[in-house]
Ligand binder design. Structure first.
Ligand code: ADP
Ligand code: MG
Length: 280
């Protein structure tokens, strides 16, 4: 079935796995918000929820009631790809594919993942973001298999950083060299008191280029509960601005230095100083 859907892949698709090693550090939050941001910037984006047991990307996007079919149904010949690829109502250029609803039916192979991603590519998607399961077992291997790029998420805690380092090594061993770092749940007050590592410390420990830094923010929890990504809010929270910033940097439209020159100079400069100190 999947093979039948394969057409020639002419356009350039960036397939990016969002991974961490450690669970609960913000992979799904980042996938939903980066995906939504990139879609709002006008790109055609597909999100793949490769997290089976802890599947919740659908909830964060408010799409949980719309999932009738998953990738497992495609692979079993029960439906077509377009039936399992759920379109967001707010941004129709954003779609979600869940691998499976049910852990018992989870026996996707690397080849299956590669074929699924190839089929999505052939539909003209410019970005495919894969929300990776925690850990480094079969789910991780499947999620990284079709990816050319990775975003590693960590919090500024030593356990998460160690896992991020391990994952960075595994990505490299699997031929993924384009890797960027997103540091989540930053608490500037704790950094100031020397109770938390700074973003720069984390980045230097891992030696991975920084894509962004997201503050600890109660808006994240509210947005999860409402099924409405932070970046959709009319009045952006600091975490919403930080995710938007990271998304723009991912598509090559912004970096820390260009931020200072944008019309939003005030806000971005504030955010940047917040995280990295004013000397940047
Ligand atoms: P993962 O997918 O890596 O397991 P999630 O994205 O599901 O992690 O996040 C785990 C929990 O942490 C969720 O309850 C989420 O709301 C919360 N969380 C993530 N990022 C932040 C943040 N920046 N501020 C506050 N809470 C956060
Ligand atoms: Mg998750």
């Amino acid at each position: 079935m999947v093979e039948n859907l394969m057409l020639s892949n002419t356009q350039n698709t960036r397939t990016i796995v969002i991974t961490s090693g450690k669970g609960g550090v913000g992979k799904t939050t980042a996938t939903a918000n980066l995906g939504m941001s990139i879609a709002r910037l006008g790109y055609k984006v597909a999100l793949i929820d490769a997290d089976i047991g802890l599947r919740n990307l659908d909830l964060l996007l408010g799409l949980e009631n719309r999932i009738l079919y998953t990738a497992m149904d495609i692979l079993e010949g029960q439906c077509r790809l377009d039936q399992a690829l759920i379109r967001d109502k707010r941004w129709k250029n954003l779609s979600l594919l869940s691998i499976s609803k049910n852990r018992q039916r989870y026996n996707v192979t690397r080849k299956n993942m590669d074929n699924l991603v190839e089929s999505i590519r052939s539909l003209g998607y410019q970005f495919i973001l894969i929300d990776c399961p925690a850990g480094i077992d079969v789910g991780f291997i499947n999620a990284i298999s079709p990816s050319q790029e990775a975003i590693i998420i960590t919090t500024p805690e030593i356990t998460a950083i160690r896992d991020a380092d391990r994952v960075a090594g595994l990505l490299e061993a699997n031929g993924i060299y384009n890797v960027k770092l997103l540091v989540n749940r930053i608490r500037p007050d704790m950094i100031q008191r020397n109770d938390m590592m700074s973003v720069r410390d984390v980045q230097e420990m891992l030696g991975i280029p920084l894509l962004g830094a997201i503050p600890e923010d109660t808006h994240v929890i509210i947005s999860t509960n409402r099924g409405e990504p932070l970046v959709l809010k009319k009045e952006l929270s600091l975490s919403g601005i930080a995710f938007e910033n990271a998304a723009r940097r991912l598509i090559g439209k912004q970096d820390y230095f260009i931020d200072l020159e944008t019309p939003y100079k005030g806000v971005f400069q504030k955010v940047q100083e917040f995280f990295l100190g004013s000397e940047q």
